[in-house]
Design a protein around this ligand. Structure first.
Ligand SMILES: NC(=O)c1ccc[n+]([C@@H]2O[C@H](COP(=O)([O-])OP(=O)(O)OC[C@H]3O[C@@H](n4cnc5c(N)ncnc54)[C@H](OP(=O)(O)O)[C@@H]3O)[C@@H](O)[C@H]2O)c1
Length: 250
């Protein structure tokens, strides 16, 4: 249980869902964790409390990661509280309309693309120089199986996450010589607030089509993020890791 001992991790969108599960798992594995949130202050404090109660180190940091000024402040506060960042998890989930393309408005499409990419770009822009200085670091972008396997109504999400995949691959190539690894974890349908609106019958139908016959829980995704963030994957960079019960086979 010490895969991240001595490391400092910043996880965006860690008050709920996949980010919260990842923060708790990272805390269990010895990382000092910055738990970013935008609105859910008490949920973020709850995540921090769980980590601390289990003997770990964490603090909650409020920032809307669609705003570069708030990102800069979040990272400065994290540096002050926990030191330089070794592990950056780009996880915050930006909402989007799930309507057919013919009904999609450019403004909604643009907002999703801009938020997703601006958050990734700015977080990396601020954190990467710290990693270059240490000649080591690890970035994991939480994408989606929808970046490669589109679904009706998900044109903005699929396009944004494909952009995130390409961004991560580009950084992996450029930053490898600096000792920095960059990988993508791509969850399939995961039981979180973001998917609570999907009717149970639809979820069950989707699960039945998967080789593993169930949808993901947040800790399924957190486990894969931990693996990619730890030295267990020290020779892996530029990878796209589907965590989706075998969906790429169907
Ligand atoms: N659930 C799935 O089926 C699924 C599948 C594939 C990929 N993913 C990806 O996995 C990631 C996490 O999704 P999830 O299902 O865990 O979502 P979730 O349960 O809805 O949680 C979203 C998290 O993102 C935070 N967040 C939202 N907007 C933010 C902003 N502007 N700045 C900072 N934080 C912000 C929220 O914080 P507050 O509560 O404080 O606002 C919350 O902690 C997302 O990137 C999503 O696209 C999810």
């Amino acid at each position: 249980m010490n895969m991240l001992s001595g490391k400092t991790a910043l996880i965006t969108g860690a008050s709920r869902g996949i980010g919260a599960a990842t923060a708790k798992l990272f805390g269990d594995h010895g990382a000092a964790v910055a738990v970013n949130y935008a609105n859910s202050e008490s949920a973020a404090n709850g995540v921090v409390q769980e980590i601390v109660n289990a003997g770990g180190k964490a603090f909650a940091v409020k920032a809307d990661v669609s705003d570069p000024a708030q990102i800069e402040k979040m990272i400065a506060v994290t540096n002050r509280e926990l030191g330089n960042i070794d592990i950056l998890i780009l996880n915050a989930g930006f909402s989007f309309p799930t309507v057919p393309f013919v009904q999609y408005q450019w403004e909604d499409f643009e907002r999703k693309l801009t938020n997703e990419l601006k958050a990734a770009f700015t977080c990396c822009k601020v954190v990467v120089p710290q990693m270059i200085e240490k000649k080591s670091g690890c970035i994991v972008a939480v994408s989606s199986s929808l970046s490669r396997q589109p679904g009706p109504g998900y044109v903005a999400h699929s396009t944004a996450k494909s952009g995130l995949d390409a961004f991560a691959r580009s950084l992996a190539l450029e930053l490898g010589p600096e000792g920095i690894r960059v990988n993508v974890v791509a969850p399939g349908l995961t039981e979180t607030d973001a998917t609570s609106h999907i009717p149970d019958e639809i979820k069950q139908m989707m699960a039945q089509h998967l080789p593993l016959q169930r949808n993901a829980q947040p800790d399924d995704i957190a486990g894969a993020i931990l693996m990619m963030a730890s030295d267990q994957s020290k020779f892996i960079t530029g990878a796209y890791v589907p965590v989706s019960g075998g969906s790429p086979m169907i």
